[in-house]
Ligand binder design. Structure first.
Ligand SMILES: Nc1ncnc2c1ncn2[C@@H]1O[C@H](COP(=O)(O)OP(=O)(O)OP(=O)(O)O)[C@@H](O)[C@H]1O
Length: 232
């Protein structure tokens, strides 16, 4: 059985009299521990899909099963628990708290999670042992994104959702971040989903789901390329 099974998911927003169909019947499956890229042009529905997978938005119709649980039928309380415990988020702009150190940013996230890893251990995994006591402003963009990844991973989530995680980084720094995400998928058996409009990043994925106009245009599993063989 697939780890994530999305069936015929639809999401529409009503803006005044107009109905916008952000997702218009999306089907896909994802296995545990896969590194998945969801690819699509601007407005395709990627963020909408990520918000639904993260339990932050509701479906209009269809169903999503994650780890044998139908998440779109969850009550608000269990959904809150799902968001806190099972899902980690990484955003394009890191979203770190500026007046807390790297370590404190990670610690803060672990406080609301019962299965949390030790913040110092996770900062070591992302290669920032010696920068733990720095504030975000004292770190480079790539380092800040690694803190944000540590913060997401410290919760010990089953699913890591990343929205354009390399969007604000240069190619080499972006590659370091992607390599880290790939390692986490492999070594921690964490299912990692990256959404991006950058086609090159898709070459690193085990599975590529291409979304166009709120529909799955294609879904392929593939042998991922080595990170040193790609550039953008
Ligand atoms: N809260 C909302 N209210 C109304 N319309 C929305 C809302 N959220 C998204 N949309 C619309 O749904 C469609 C899909 O948007 P979405 O943000 O998911 O696309 P995207 O693929 O993430 O695009 P981008 O790469 O530009 O972020 C767009 O037409 C957008 O305007």
């Amino acid at each position: 059985m697939a780890y994530i099974d999305a069936k015929e998911i639809k999401k529409s927003y009503k803006v005044g009299q107009i109905e916008i169909n952000a997702l218009n019947g999306v089907d896909f499956t994802i296995n545990k521990g896969e590194f998945v890229v969801i690819l699509g042009p601007s407005g395709a529905g990627k963020t909408t899909l990520l918000n639904i997978l993260g339990g932050m938005d509701e479906l209009t119709s269809g169903s999503i099963i994650i780890d044998e649980v139908i998440i779109n039928k969850k009550k608000e309380k269990t959904l809150t628990q799902y968001r806190r415990e099972d899902v980690g988020f990484v955003f394009q702009n890191y979203n770190l708290i500026q007046n807390l150190t790297a370590l404190e940013n990670v610690e803060l996230a672990t406080q609301i999670s019962p299965n949390a890893k030790r913040p110092k251990d996770v900062l070591k995994i992302v290669g920032l042992s010696d920068r733990m006591n720095n504030f975000p402003a004292q770190l480079s963009g790539g380092e800040q994104q690694r803190v944000a990844i540590a913060r997401a991973v410290a919760k010990n989530p089953k699913l890591l959702l990343c929205d354009e995680p390399t969007g604000a980084l240069d190619t080499n720094t972006g590659k370091t971040v992607l390599l880290l995400l790939k390692q986490l998928a492999k070594e921690e058996q964490m299912t990692v989903i990256v959404i991006t409009h950058n086609q090159v990043i898709a070459e690193l994925a085990d599975r590529v789901i291409r979304i166009v106009n709120g529909k799955v245009f294609s879904q392929v599993t593939q042998e991922p390329k080595d990170i040193k063989d790609i550039a953008w």
